[in-house]
Design a protein around this ligand. Structure first.
Ligand SMILES: *Cc1c(COP(=O)(O)O)cnc(C)c1O
Length: 481
């Protein structure tokens, strides 16, 4: 395709995307297709002659759109928000359009230096000191792998440079809780720690946050048994209920242990809240950790993939991640950042552009206003739910996620769980809204299936929450009959 053809097709595509976004709330929230249906709408072999762009747009409409779950729909309350601000979309398109290659500073100096700039802007916007240096990863999952690899090497005095993990005698232990995101255990497994060495520290039954005294006891017991505590992953805003592990107290425990245990703060979702000074008490102590990750690609709304990863000691990262082959060495080494030495991939996209566009075009104050709106709307809905007897909020609501059950008289145990799954399925299958069921066991509360209402889609206003609350009550009541 030549630039002039691209120009015409590109204009048509932008129109198509704008129309798609405008009509997002006209489509069912959850894709209404059966497994294999999208795949089956495609020929089994690649096309052997090119089609016109109009024809491709038609195919997009016919084959792909029916298989899209509309996470930008204002009635989407599932998982966590995956906002994709159109300002950031323009930055993402720019990155693609420039077709740059980030394998070294030389391969695109601007790619590296804009990333340095936006990471530093974002650091300031969440109130971290200038002790931190950041980079952009694809996801928080990758960032956690990186953190646990560096933790592993710190705990073994760079064993990778000799026999690696295979020559280490004492098992290395990672501490987290049952509430940590599944990517934490996955990262620990990939980094070679092994299931047996992932310690699930006790949680407070009400707040579902890590109990620091239990962490201290676990570390002590492991040391006594000849194991090496290597890392703690603290969740700042867990995926189930947005619980906040007490980072300051955890840092205190690590300090008191006298060991240089790596503390990784996983704030993938809640990092966005730290844009608001009034929320920062929720991650108090983050400054004392070794690494922090959070995803602008969730609630803040910089289109996926955009996960910020901050460390205080970049030298430690480089000692683990740097390979520096001869064909990448240059005279600028030592003066510039080589982001390949801060993470796993060699080739990097120009991700900083979407964050830069987002900040310039939407503006941080509008973003903060939207986050405050979502917190207000969540508090309003939680208040309404609390007023009604047969509805229960099962855990504290520090942020924008409410975990609820409809608990009518006479239902308990498996029947209660079946009822919960029935009403949420009825809502989801109707296409009118989407909510995520999750198992959350609360001591003293019957049943374990719970429904998560995760507020925060860019276009979700109070009226959408009002509509959701009506829908929940009517659907749950009719699910009884
Ligand atoms: C969403 C989430 C993750 C995973 O994020 P990805 O960027 O999709 O890997 C990890 N931890 C927490 C707490 C999350 O909310």
């Amino acid at each position: 395709m030549q630039p002039e053809e691209f120009r015409a097709a590109g204009h048509a595509l932008i129109d198509w995307i704008a129309d798609h976004r405008l009509a997002a709330d006209q489509r069912p929230v959850l894709a209404d297709v059966n497994p294999g249906e999208v795949r089956g709408s495609f020929p089994t072999t690649a096309p052997d002659s090119p089609v016109a762009f109009d024809e491709l747009l038609q195919q997009l409409e016919q084959r792909v759109v029916p298989g899209l779950t509309e996470v930008q729909h204002p009635m989407h309350f599932g998982w966590f928000p995956a906002n994709a601000s159109l300002a950031s979309v323009l930055g993402d398109i720019t990155s693609s359009g420039l077709g740059n290659l980030g394998i070294s500073w030389e391969s695109s100096p601007a790619l590296t230096e804009v990333e340095e700039v936006v990471c530093d802007w974002m650091r300031q916007l969440v109130g971290l000191t200038d002790a931190w240096k950041g980079t952009i990863h694809d996801t928080a999952s990758t960032a956690c792998v990186v953190a646990l690899l560096v933790a592993r090497e710190r705990a073994t005095a760079l064993a990778q440079n000799q026999g690696g993990l295979q020559a280490v005698d004492a098992p290395l232990v990672v501490y987290t809780t049952s509430e940590a995101h599944s990517s934490v255990a996955k990262a620990a497994l990939l980094a070679g720690y092994g299931w047996d060495n992932i310690q699930s520290v006790d949680i407070d039954p009400v707040t579902r946050a890590m109990v620091p005294e239990s962490l201290a006891a676990a570390i002590e017991a492991d040391v006594a048994a000849g194991r090496t505590p290597a890392a703690v992953v603290a969740s700042v805003g867990t995926t189930g209920t947005t619980a906040f592990d007490p980072v300051d107290a955890i840092a205190e425990v690590i300090e008191a242990s006298g060991r240089s245990i790596w503390l990784h703060v996983d704030a993938a979702m809640a990092g966005t809240a730290m844009l608001l000074p009034e929320c920062r008490h929720l991650w108090q102590g983050a400054e004392r950790s070794d690494s922090i990750t959070w995803n602008p690609h969730k609630w803040m709304g910089t289109i996926l993939d955009c996960s910020l990863f901050y460390v205080r000691n970049t030298g430690e990262l480089e000692s683990v991640m740097s390979t520096n082959p001869s064909y990448l060495q240059s005279t600028a080494d030592g003066e510039v950042t080589q982001y390949r030495d801060w993470g796993i991939p060699l080739g990097r996209r120009f991700r900083a552009l979407k964050l830069w566009f987002h900040l310039e075009l939407d503006g941080i104050e509008a973003i903060r206003t939207r986050i405050r709106r979502d917190l207000d709307n969540t508090a309003w809905l939680a208040g309404e739910i609390e007023k009604v007897d047969d509805w229960t909020i099962v855990s504290p609501v520090p942020l924008q996620t409410i975990c609820v059950r409809h608990m009518p008289d006479g239902l308990s145990g498996d029947e209660l769980d079946e009822h919960t799954l029935r009403w949420v399925r009825n809502i989801n299958e109707s296409g009118a809204a989407y909510l995520t069921p999750a198992r959350i066991d609360v001591p003293g509360l019957d049943g374990s299936w719970t429904v998560r209402i995760s507020v925060g889609v860019e276009n979700t206003e109070r009226r959408h929450l009002e509509a959701l609350w009506d829908l929940m009550r009517t659907t749950a009541t009719s699910a009884l009959s």
